[in-house]
Structures are given as structure tokens and as C-alpha cells.
Design a protein. Structure first.
Length: 373
């Protein structure tokens, strides 16, 4: 009797399990894909709402700007500048491990020098050229010429469709030019940026640190006026100009050609009126924390009150130009609230992805006006 009772109880206990097993849902591949597609969309919407819809409210809490004076503004954005350095750009600590070498180097129509400075197991490399007459007792201003994807330090000296030999024009106008070698091509930048993220640094941060070590030596040269240093970048070189000026106060004025943008739209809002980095698999262009509080108009506030010129072509597919104007107007407010609206300008032109050489030369002549070539 007892054995029968145990058998019956065991059957009753096991029955729900057997039924559950029989009723277990088996997803088709289509159902499985639909479920994970839905989850992906859910996550995407969550992140997009954070970056787009929540940006202004988030930035209002992150920025506590003081416009009572230029120095007050500089002090008030120190916390933001620190977050920009530590969470977005993340430059590594590099140390000089040898003397800088200089070798003659022929540029298009120019005699220059190839510089190489050892920094442990990497090096900082650049070309430098001096205008006629630069020397002891007659130091000249220096402009750092920053190239973009698919280019090199020689490209700003060449009369191509994007650069228009603006480095050569700078030399003719009496400026020395330092053109660093930075990483070129999308696949190479993707490769290095992936590794950099694992090391909690960034490629722009590495390249900033390399430039800073070069400047330590170049600005000690008696031919260079260390108090009159500018930067002028095209495309990804424009990115470098904007990324680095908040962290390098020795750069007193900058030109951003073919880069400045309505950053939130550019990075996360698809639109047929402008290109997306994702279409070209440019994962190198996505940096941690960038849209936490650092749209382009906010980055400009960390450069202010130093002079900045934005150059953008209406036919440049990197942006829809009315959105560039909108972002510029928000940037200009930082200068206008200090009574310094003449220190920022937008050169909006009918061309494409290119630098405006003549307008850039006039900009640097204006702000380095103590120098007379």
C-alpha cells in the first residue's frame, strides 16, 4: 500500500514537469531574429534619446560658465576641460627618450626639414619650414598645419583641391609651418583606435601628446615666436584643431576647415543631406563620452576667448550647411557675451571639402598683428 502511494505521489510531482517540457516554446529562426531586432531597436532608441533629447538638459547641468570676464570663463570651464581630457581625448603620458633629429627635406617648391623625436617605442615626426628672413632677433609666428584622412604632412604644401597649398601661402606671408605626420586612411585609424580604446587612450590623444613634445623643442628655437602659435587643420585635421586647442594653451588661434558640424546630428541622426561615418565604416570617429556634454559649440567654449575661424563649403557633404550655421551661432554666443564677437568667424563659401587659403592667411595676420614680415 505504501509503495503504491509513493508511486502515485511521484507521478503527480513529475507530471507538471512533463507537461512544461511538452509545452516549451521553440522559436523559429524568423521569430528569433524578430525578437533580437526588437531588442536592438530598444537599445538604439534608449541611447539616441539620451544623446539627442537629453543633451540640452544634461549640458545645462554640466556647464557652469562665468562670462564676467575672459579669465572667469576660462576658470569656469576647467571641470569640463578635465572631463574632456580624461574621458574623451585621453592623451597618454609620453616621455622624450632621445634627441630630436633634423634632416633636409624637400617639399613642393620649399626647402624644409624632417623632424623625428623618439618617445619611448614610438616617435613624433613632422616637417618644418621657415620663411625667408626668420632668425635670431627676428622670430616669426608658427602655424601647425594638420592634414586629414588620405593626406600627409606634405599635402598642405601642395596645390590640391582640398588644401590649395595653404602651407606654402603661410610661408610666403612670413609664417613658419610645422606639419606633423598623423595616422592616415580609414582602415589604419580604425585598427589603432580599437587598440587605443582597450588601453583607455585615443588616437587623437596619442597624436596630441606627440605634437606637444615637438612644440617643446620647436618653440625654443630662436627663429620662432613662442607667443604666436596657430593651428590650421583640414577635415580630420580640423578635428585635431578643435580637439587639441582646449588642451594646448600655447596654440593662440585656430582655423577649422571642413570639420565643424552640428555634432549630435552628424554622429547619430541619419539624413540624406549629409554623410555619415557609419556608411564608410569609420568607427575611428566615435569617441567615448563625446556626446555627454561636448557638442561642437560646447567645445568652442573651451577655446574661447582665443580667436577661431570656421571654414565650411555649402557643397561639402560632411554637413548640411544650415545646421553648420546653427551650431556656429551657438558657438559665437560665448564670444559675444564677453564682448569679443570679432574673435570668431564663419567663412561660409560655395565650394566643397577644402580650405580657404587667402581667408586663413588674413585671419592669422589679424591676430598675430604684432608681427610684420
Amino acid at each position: 500500500m505504501m509503495r503504491q502511494l509513493v508511486t502515485m505521489l511521484t507521478a503527480m510531482i513529475l507530471m507538471p514537469v512533463a507537461l512544461s517540457a511538452q509545452e516549451a516554446k521553440v522559436l523559429t529562426s524568423e521569430e528569433d531574429e524578430s525578437r533580437i531586432d526588437s531588442y536592438e531597436k530598444e537599445l538604439e532608441n534608449y541611447l539616441l534619446r539620451y544623446m539627442i533629447d537629453g543633451y540640452d538638459a544634461r549640458a545645462a547641468l554640466a556647464w557652469q560658465r562665468d562670462y564676467s570676464s575672459p579669465d572667469a570663463l576660462i576658470r569656469s570651464v576647467v571641470p569640463n576641460r578635465l572631463r574632456w581630457e580624461k574621458h574623451v581625448i585621453k592623451p597618454p603620458l609620453l616621455k622624450k627618450t632621445g634627441e630630436m633629429s633634423r634632416k633636409p627635406y624637400d617639399l613642393p617648391g620649399v626647402k624644409g626639414e624632417w623632424l623625428e623625436l623618439p618617445l619611448g617605442n614610438i616617435s613624433a615626426r613632422a616637417v618644418i619650414a621657415y620663411p625667408k628672413g626668420a632668425g635670431k632677433g627676428r622670430p616669426v609666428p608658427l602655424v601647425v598645419a594638420l592634414h586629414g584622412i588620405g593626406s600627409g604632412p606634405e599635402t598642405p604644401f601642395e596645390n590640391g583641391k582640398s588644401y590649395h597649398a595653404y602651407a606654402k601661402a603661410l610661408l610666403d606671408a612670413g609664417f613658419a609651418v610645422l606639419a606633423p605626420l598623423n595616422m592616415r586612411t580609414i582602415p589604419r585609424r580604425n585598427n589603432i583606435e580599437r587598440l587605443a580604446r582597450l588601453a583607455d587612450v585615443s588616437l587623437p590623444g596619442i597624436e596630441l601628446a606627440r605634437l606637444q613634445h615637438l612644440l617643446d623643442i620647436v618653440l625654443a628655437d630662436e627663429r620662432i615666436d613662442e607667443n604666436q602659435v596657430g593651428a590650421w587643420g583640414v577635415s580630420l585635421g580640423g578635428m585635431a584643431t578643435m580637439f587639441w586647442m582646449p588642451l594646448e594653451p600655447r596654440i593662440k588661434a585656430g582655423i577649422v576647415s571642413a570639420w565643424f558640424n552640428h555634432r549630435i546630428n552628424k554622429m547619430v541622426v541619419s539624413d540624406e543631406r549629409y554623410s555619415s561615418f557609419t556608411k564608410n565604416n569609420e568607427e575611428h570617429a566615435y569617441f567615448t563620452g563625446w556626446l555627454s556634454e561636448f557638442s561642437d559649440h560646447d567645445v568652442i567654449s573651451m577655446i574661447c576667448p582665443r580667436p577661431v575661424q570656421i571654414q565650411h563649403g555649402k557643397k561639402d557633404g560632411i554637413a548640411y550647411w544650415p545646421q553648420v550655421v546653427e551650431e556656429f551661432e551657438r558657438s559665437k554666443l560665448h564670444y559675444e557675451r564677453l564682448g569679443l564677437g570679432d574673435r570668431i568667424s564663419l567663412e561660409l563659401h560655395d565650394g566643397g571639402h577644402e580650405a580657404l587659403a587667402a581667408e586663413g592667411i588674413q585671419f592669422f595676420k589679424k591676430w598675430f598683428k604684432d608681427y610684420r614680415p
